[in-house]
Design a protein around this ligand. Structure first.
Ligand SMILES: [Zn+2]
Length: 128
């Protein structure tokens, strides 16, 4: 099933906004629920909520955009090739949404470019 770009953006925003309100803490590395009695949960514990894990990625993306723009290779038509960096929960939820429509998240470079333009906070210039 084909989803219109506008509808896809609205759906993504709903999914993301709902998930950002979820205050449960879990480990971003092993994805286990946070349980202070069972710490550490893994070799690289990163405990936080969806919002906290997201904030960390957004800050990282900004730093990458600020420092790497000179490395960006332009394509023949001078458009920038974009990459995206998402917190794992966001990738999983958006990919699950796409699977409901017999698609996968970021199935093509066009999908990535669209996402990078629509959700700029997660965009990073991609080195080619
Ligand atoms: Zn863990």
């Amino acid at each position: 099933m084909l989803i219109k770009t506008h509808d896809r953006e609205q759906a993504y925003r709903k999914i993301i906004n709902l998930a950002l309100k979820d205050n449960r803490k879990y480990c971003n590395y092993c994805r286990k629920d946070y349980d202070p009695k069972k710490m550490p949960c893994c070799e690289r514990p990163e405990i936080g909520t969806n919002a906290q894990h997201t904030k960390a990625v957004v800050i990282q993306c900004r730093i990458i955009r600020d420092t790497r723009d000179k490395d960006t290779a332009a394509t023949k038509d001078n458009s920038i090739r974009w990459g995206v960096s998402l917190p794992p929960w966001m990738y999983t939820m958006l990919d699950n949404f796409e699977r409901l429509h017999d698609r996968r998240l970021f199935a093509s470079q066009e999908d990535i470019n669209w996402f990078a333009k629509t959700f700029k906070a997660f965009a990073i210039p991609r080195k080619v």
